[in-house]
Write a protein that binds this ligand. Structure first.
Ligand SMILES: C[S@@+](CC[C@H](N)C(=O)[O-])C[C@H]1O[C@@H](n2cnc3c(N)ncnc32)[C@H](O)[C@@H]1O
Length: 257
């Protein structure tokens, strides 16, 4: 199944090999500080790991995701919780929410103002929007290697996919304010992230997260493409016998005025 950037999500592989995405954001749940009985939506909940952590604090959580396979996996893992297949662009709440939470999902939504309009409309005044996403210069080294490998295949930058939205702090704070939020805190930080052990880890990461770039390549060329990205980034990203990705995150706490 694809979401708006043409990204193919493999829910089983995501759950098995990329659990670190949710694990690294467990303290984001602390920042949300969910209270018993609060109505909270986890936007782009994926396989439901963080929605379950929010629910364990006694909040009434609904996990929503545009990808049916992700929602199937979340329902299978947490059968007592509520999950729905809904796009962030269409999401509405039947009663005002106390908070909207999101991890590693907003940067897949390339129309951020349409998402912010939905989030603002769903929250009660005073409700919190607490999220983490890729921030400006996220995965800069990997992205440059991807773009160079595409250019060598005769695909110039203007014809290359643009699946990711990685705003700077100034850009995103401005959008939040424009949509009726007060920005209480915002961080932009490096997170040089080790992948699972193994020489194929970066290729696995590309298969999981970079499919919008390689949709037109044959399976054989895709393997060559992955090898070129590995060669171009090995000096910086293969450290102590392990592949890493040069993540940079944007994390914020905003309150609906
Ligand atoms: C990297 S996963 C993160 C999942 C989960 N939040 C976590 O921390 O593990 C990104 C998720 O965003 C979802 N997503 C992307 N675009 C979306 C949209 N427009 N509406 C809802 N979900 C979307 C994808 O389907 C995917 O499950």
């Amino acid at each position: 199944m694809t979401t708006d950037a043409g990204q193919q999500w493999d829910a089983a592989a995501y759950g098995q090999r990329f659990g670190f995405v949710a694990q690294l954001a467990e303290d984001l749940v602390g920042l949300l500080d969910p209270q018993p009985g609060e109505r909270i939506v986890d936007l782009g909940c994926g396989t439901g790991t963080l929605a379950a952590q929010i629910a364990s604090r006694g909040a009434d959580v609904l996990g929503i995701d545009a990808d049916p396979a992700m929602i199937d996996a979340a329902r299978a893992a947490y059968p007592t919780l509520r999950f729905e297949v809904v796009s962030a662009y269409d999401f509405t709440a039947d009663a005002p929410l106390d908070a909207v939470f999101s991890n590693a999902a907003l940067h897949w939504m390339t129309r951020p103002e349409d998402v912010l309009r939905r989030v603002a409309a769903a929250l009660r005044p005073g409700g919190r929007f607490v999220a983490e996403m890729g921030g400006g210069r996220n995965t800069e080294l990997v992205s440059a290697a991807i773009r160079d490998a595409l250019a060598r295949r005769g695909i110039p930058p203007e014809r290359q996919a643009r699946p990711w939205y990685f705003p700077t702090p100034a850009e995103y704070a401005t959008l939040l304010e424009r949509h009726g939020f007060e920005v209480r805190a915002l961080w932009h930080f490096e997170r040089f992230t080790p992948l699972a052990p193994g020489d194929h880890a970066l290729a696995d990461w590309l298969t999981m997260f970079a499919s919008p770039f390689t949709g037109d390549l044959t399976a054989e060329d895709r393997a060559a493409f992955h090898a070129e990205v590995e060669d171009a980034t090995r000096h910086a990203l293969y450290v102590d016998g392990r592949w890493h990705v040069d993540y940079r995150r944007l994390r914020f706490v905003a309150v609906r005025i």
